[in-house]
Design a protein around this ligand. Structure first.
Ligand SMILES: [Mn+2]
Length: 329
């Protein structure tokens, strides 16, 4: 049996979910299957290439729902999991179909897709999640931004955080598929020491430092909202906690950045803020207005590279909305 696993690309939780799905599937569903990995990214336009759903089984983890009949497993925890109302209705219809309901799972209350998958695999399929407890713990910390301080998030001492840096920055399409099986096979510290992984880290730490200095030079904070535009310095991603490391009292941050395939408006909130979450703006809803999405506390909107002006206009509107809004302690 050939199983194709589609996961949120360049994301620690996406890679951990793909690894955990594999271990669960091998232990509880099919002992002799072969697994192939295929990363998915949020982009403007079609998210899925139907012809890629060519396995005997096709699983999507930590990514949006696809109504394709080729998709046989789905696990997600994103509030914006459904691209359209029709997709949501397709999923609800699936929940009423016994052949489908036991294989497609959605719960936005989970901090990480990895912890959600561990829960379903354990309770519904008798999977033993004890050997992967450390991985599940770190997936929750990384995906839920549950770092104890901006310093721990930006200084990145833990192996999971160094791996996250490598995963979020890699330009090698073979890297994450090669990494995925290891995530549920050996401790994270040992993964980092692999000879094909260890040399990747030092240049990334240097680039991280440069991004920190670039954002420091661009960011302006007003009325609790940080804004920075670094579209003139194309970066393939940067640590999203840098703004709060620079401005610990800020509540929201909007960053306009550019990579090879998109201009991105990143809309986040300070995970360490002292304001009452109930008084904060739902950022998934803000982003959905421009065709993006995410979670209540962090979201993003992607524009094609040739619509940078639209991205900038959207960023300015969002900045104005959030600066006018006063969350309270
Ligand atoms: Mn996730």
């Amino acid at each position: 049996m050939r199983v194709r696993v589609f996961y949120h690309d360049k994301c620690f939780d996406g890679a951990c979910s793909a690894s955990l799905f594999t271990r669960f599937h091998r232990e509880c569903v099919a002992r002799d299957a072969a697994y192939e990995y295929h990363g998915l990214v949020h982009r403007a336009g079609a998210l899925f290439d139907e012809s890629a759903f060519s396995g005997d089984e096709n699983a999507i983890v930590d990514f949006k729902y696809s109504p394709s009949p080729q998709i046989t497993w789905w696990f997600d925890h994103h509030q914006s999991a459904f691209l359209t109302r029709a997709d949501h209705e397709h999923f609800l219809a699936c929940q009423r179909d016994p052949a489908c309901a036991g294989r497609k799972f959605f719960d936005p209350a989970y901090t990480s897709c990895t912890s959600f998958l561990a829960h379903i695999a354990t309770t519904n399929f008798g999977f033993n999640a004890a050997p992967v407890a450390d991985l599940v713990h770190w997936a929750d910390i990384v995906d839920g931004a549950k770092y104890e301080s901006p310093e721990s998030a930006v200084e990145m001492a833990a192996p999971a955080m160094k791996l996250t840096l490598i995963i979020e920055s890699t330009q090698d399409p073979a890297f994450i598929p090669r990494l995925i099986p290891l995530l549920t096979e050996m401790p994270l510290g040992q993964i980092l020491e692999q000879p094909w992984i260890a040399p990747l880290l030092p240049p990334l730490l240097e680039r991280h430092q440069a991004a920190l200095e670039l954002i420091r030079s661009r960011a302006e904070e007003r009325d609790g909202t940080i804004f920075f535009d670094i579209t003139d310095h194309p970066l393939e991603g940067f640590n999203k906690f840098i703004p709060y490391y620079l401005f610990p009292h800020a509540v929201y941050s909007i960053g306009l950045s550019k990579s090879s395939f998109r201009t991105k408006v990143a809309v986040g909130s300070n995970p360490w803020t002292k304001v009452d979450p109930a008084t904060m703006v739902n950022l998934a809803q803000v982003c959905e207005r421009y065709g993006g999405g995410g979670h209540a506390r962090v979201g993003a909107v992607s524009f094609p590279p040739d619509r940078e002006d639209d991205a900038r206009a959207a960023a300015r509107e969002i900045v104005a909305q959030l600066r006018a809004h006063k969350p309270t302690a």
